[in-house]
Design a protein around this ligand. Structure first.
Ligand code: NAP
Length: 245
């Protein structure tokens, strides 16, 4: 089995995903840059290579079954296995003024698109990549979630969780619940799967609002993608520790 580990990061052309790819590359991983737009993908691959990362482009739209199947075929041809999958691609969905998504005015098409990307996209990609992950001695899966999906924090009036976001926040709660189901199924197999919150990061996603850089947001996902054998699974982490579900 090749010594070089291979990782795939979805939505890696910019923001936190790009920095996760860069960070894993600096740790010696060969990195698949999953991205749906060819121009943005190739620009990211070139930039990573210029920084010394062994990067390759993976055309990948997480909402498209055929794209996901083709991505798994490509990773199989180029690497033969996958050691880490970081499900990072995500969207907030249309927001009203003040970044509000009020449940009483919810556009169901927005909900469908957000769930298709943030939840079903993770299932599509994870299940397509699983045969490749199972060829690794230490497979790791990281689902990039958000603490705004923490039901415990939302139910606590003393915790500030930001604006009402009736499409985005429940999509991350759904993703967290799925992470646990995967962890239960993978128990005892050596596949470790965890959810990560990057914190409030200044990216396109937030309109560059947020005190954290994309590189800071990438730290917890990178740590979870590189966990040692016997590390935690079925957990939800941020930089400061465990996030309550
Ligand atoms: N920024 C924050 O404060 C924050 C906080 C908590 C959690 N998060 C989570 O962190 C992750 C990354 O967010 P970010 O802030 O880095 O956002 P970003 O800069 O907007 O990047 C999002 C990435 O996801 C990709 N993407 C969206 N839909 C896709 C699809 N259908 N198929 C493939 N790729 C798709 C985008 O590709 P395109 O360039 O093609 O659109 C882009 O590469 C998301 O899951 C988000 O929910 C972010």
């Amino acid at each position: 089995m090749s010594e070089t580990k291979t990782a795939l990061v979805t939505g890696a052309n910019k923001g936190i995903g790009y920095e996760i790819a860069a960070g894993l590359g600096r740790l010696g991983y060969r990195v698949g840059v999953g991205a749906r737009d060819a121009t943005r993908r190739e620009a990211a691959v070139e930039k990573l290579r210029a920084d010394g990362v062994d990067a390759f482009g993976v055309p990948l739209d997480v909402t498209d079954d055929r794209s996901v199947t083709a991505a798994a075929d490509l990773v199989d041809r180029l690497a033969g296995r996958l050691d880490a999958l970081v499900n990072n691609a995500g969207i907030p969905g249309g927001m009203g003024p003040g970044w509000l998504q009020e449940p009483t005015a919810l556009d169901l098409d927005v909900v469908r698109t957000v769930v298709d990307t943030n939840v079903l996209g993770v299932v599509r990609v994870t299940n397509a990549m699983l045969p490749l992950l199972r060829r690794s001695a230490s497979p790791r899966i990281v689902n990039v979630s958000s603490s705004v999906g923490s039901l415990a924090r939302q139910a606590d009036p003393d915790v500030e969780v930001g604006p009402v976001m009736a499409a985005y926040a429940p999509s991350k709660s759904f993703l967290n619940a799925l992470t646990l189901q995967y962890a239960r199924q993978f128990a005892g197999t050596g596949v470790l799967i965890n959810a990560a919150c990057p914190g409030l990061v200044a990216t396109d996603f937030t309109g560059f609002f947020g005190s954290r850089t994309a590189a800071q947001g990438a730290a917890t996902p990178i740590r979870l993608a590189t966990l040692p054998d016997g590390g935690p699974t079925g957990c939800f982490f941020e930089d400061d520790g465990v996030v309550p579900w």
